[in-house]
Design a protein around this ligand. Structure first.
Ligand SMILES: Cc1cc2nc3c(=O)[nH]c(=O)nc-3n(C[C@H](O)[C@H](O)[C@H](O)COP(=O)(O)O)c2cc1C
Length: 135
């Protein structure tokens, strides 16, 4: 994690607080390797089967495995480039290879100079929409 993280993350975003959330929470810092995640909570570990140390510092795209033919990914990448929030459903895979549908809500946090300081995402498993299902 880069130095500013500890100073800028609001006090409420301690690991204890995040671990009490029932939804998966991930945080990425644009200054800390592009799109890499610097913080995960326990619910995200439970959802994916990956321990914190196995996920931290990686771009969450690893959860897509080889399943990269998803239109939502282009929207996700574009919104990130444009520093906008994003909502969408993605096909993701647990460590044991099991498919799950990740209902993702990503928010952007700016400092008072308008610089993007964090991207914060909330994940929950979803039954999966028919258009998302693999045939
Ligand atoms: C904070 C944050 C959390 C993310 N969480 C996930 C996730 O749980 N699953 C996933 O498939 N992609 C997730 N993404 C999206 C990917 O990092 C990436 O934006 C997406 O794969 C599209 O970009 P790409 O085409 O460069 O891979 C997350 C992105 C950010 C910034």
């Amino acid at each position: 994690m880069v130095q500013k993280t500890a100073a800028v993350i609001p006090h409420v975003l301690t690991q204890d607080f995040l671990n009490s959330c029932v939804n998966g929470v991930t945080l990425s810092d644009p200054e800390y390797r592009r799109l890499s995640t610097c913080l995960f909570n326990k619910a995200f570990e439970d959802m994916t089967g990956y321990a914190h140390d196995e996920s931290v510092g990686r771009n969450c795209r690893f959860l897509q495995g080889a399943d990269r033919d998803q239109p939502e990914l282009e929207r996700s990448a574009r919104s990130y480039q444009q520093q906008r929030a994003h909502r969408g459903h993605l096909r993701n895979y647990r460590k044991n290879g099991e498919l799950f549908y990740n209902r993702l809500r990503r928010q952007t946090a700016f400092d008072n100079k308008g610089n993007l300081v964090f991207s914060l995402a909330f994940s929950m498993t979803s039954p999966g929409r028919s258009r998302l299902r693999k045939r």
